[in-house]
Design a protein. Structure first.
Length: 505
């Protein structure tokens, strides 16, 4: 149990806990939200706590369980993820026809409300999404289906009319236009979405998550200022800034890492989110080589979302005011553009996804101090799409082993709802490079369990005195776990900022 109304545990000593994967027994003392002592279990007067008795407060015997640094999901869209948990699930559908059949089965009452679905992947479908397929099964109720990569929306005629796009030829809308259309649809009230988000944060804590970077589209900082006045999130939140809100953030004097809202220790200003290209599944990722079958079209190489000069201007403007950029780049050409921009601006920041890289760009991440925010579940989810659309290039796709060998800092995320918000799925995918019965896909890019754990903990390898008390207790040593056990890792308890957010304590 917590020792005060805020949930903070003022003084607690965790005894008989194994310190990290493969670690030995130790005692770890937490006081006022920080780790104050780490000593061997057999010697409470030596090690990091030399000369200080590790006692006082409450003691909790963890019976040899493994204590790890709290895990992070370094790329989520929290409102989308929380909402997707309440929408029609389209994951695993193998054709446009199969999606239409599922819409027919789950249509419910045609009361005029929008039927939302999420998770279709059309990159390998033999048939194409089209509004007429949805019209045939549900003509009178608006239907809005969002692709798994969040870069496309498939609407029926009733929904197109609702957003003033009744003349759209197919109903399949991609990239910026898709975001505009979805933003124009009726949204659930803020209090409903906020309740879903609070629930999703608790579910994340139950999987060992102590923090997330929220890249939700919109005024994410303001949204989290509102939420933090209503509830204490079960995870730390770094709230991204989008270009439309950059000048307002600068005018307020906000910088990346600043606390905001009712509890600035939990909710902070995150990075500026910028885009260089689209996505693999929509064939809009910006690549040096054309997509097979699109060689003679305008979009043969993907799309350029932000011109290089404008990218540099925005990054320089943000960095000058203490806001670090996070640049979405998936195709190899897009990653070169992003790295060139970091080289021009000379600022800290991140590249989100980094899915296809040229060999020449691999060492530039470390040279420029740019973090690679990657999503290992995408490598296993999209291996077939990559084999088709990046044929002959996949040895440098999702190249986590090569990035790590080149000295890059990796941070794992899910891109939820693109993949579930569960860091153990990312860890298992990075370690195994397969999520089914097939052999590992490009096994040379696999990571070791210790390296995957570090990437899932935003670079924390050790539990050290002075660090925030963000901790996760697991029942199985990750070094002893096969990939299936890693995916389903039993999480015994989670602590964030010295407060239990999961577990019965």
């Amino acid at each position: 149990m917590a020792d005060n109304a805020s949930g903070l545990v003022p003084v607690l000593t965790l005894t008989r806990v194994r310190l990290g994967a493969g670690g030995s027994l130790a005692r770890v003392r937490v006081a006022d939200g920080r780790i104050t002592h780490v000593v061997p279990e057999t010697d409470t007067g030596s090690g990091a706590g030399a000369g200080v008795e590790v006692g006082g407060g409450r003691q909790l015997d963890l019976d040899g369980r493994v204590l790890l640094p709290g895990l992070w999901d370094a790329h989520v869209h929290l409102a989308e993820w929380a909402s997707a948990r309440h929408r029609l699930d389209l994951a695993g559908t193998g054709s446009a026809r199969a999606v239409a059949d599922l819409v027919r089965e789950r249509a419910g009452v045609a009361d005029g409300s929008v039927l939302y679905g999420y998770g279709f992947r059309d990159g390998l479908w033999a048939d194409a999404p089209h509004k007429t397929l949805l019209d045939a099964v549900l003509p009178d109720r608006p239907v809005a289906l969002v692709s798994a990569d969040l870069h496309a929306a498939w609407l029926n005629s009733a929904c197109l009319a609702l957003v003033g796009r009744g003349d759209h030829p197919t109903g399949l809308i991609r990239e910026h236009e898709a975001h505009e259309v979805l933003s124009a649809l009726p949204a659930a009230p803020d209090d409903v979405v906020d309740g879903w988000i609070e629930e999703a944060c608790r579910a994340a804590a139950a999987r060992g998550v102590s923090g997330v970077i929220d890249f939700q589209f919109g005024d994410t900082v303001a949204d989290w200022e509102r939420r933090s006045a209503q509830f204490r999130p079960a995870v730390r939140v770094s709230a991204a800034v989008y270009p439309s809100y950059l000048d307002a953030a600068i005018k307020r004097g906000l910088r990346t890492g600043d606390g905001v809202g009712a509890d600035g220790s939990l909710v902070q200003v995150g990075p500026l989110k910028l885009f260089t290209d689209g996505s693999l599944n929509t064939r809009t990722a910006l690549c040096r080589d054309p997509y097979p079958g699109l060689e003679d079209t305008d979009g043969a190489h993907g799309i350029e979302e932000t011109a290089p000069d404008e990218l540099v201007r925005l990054m320089r403007h943000a960095a000058a005011h203490g806001i670090e950029p996070a640049v979405h780049a998936i195709g190899d050409r897009a990653n070169t553009v992003a790295l060139d921009a970091f080289e021009a601006v000379r600022c800290r920041g991140r590249i989100e996804h980094a899915q296809l890289l040229t060999p020449q760009d691999l060492p530039r991440f470390a040279q420029l101090g740019v973090t690679a925010g990657v999503q290992p579940r995408h490598a296993t989810d999209d291996r077939d799409v990559a084999d088709r659309h990046w044929a002959g290039r996949t040895e440098r796709a999702f190249a986590y082993g090569d990035l790590l060998a080149a000295g890059a800092r990796l941070e794992f995320g899910s891109d939820a709802p693109v993949s579930p918000l569960d860091p153990w799925l990312a860890i298992a995918s990075a370690v195994s490079r397969t999520d089914d019965e097939r052999p590992a896909w490009h096994p040379e890019q696999r990571l070791s369990v210790p390296d995957a754990l570090v990437a899932a903990a935003r670079g924390r390898r050790l539990i050290r005195v002075g660090d925030p008390a963000d901790l996760v207790v697991v029942d199985v040593d990750p070094l002893d776990a096969d990939p299936d056990t890693l995916r389903a890792m039993p999480v015994h308890a989670t602590m964030t900022n010295g407060r239990w957010t999961h577990g019965t304590y």
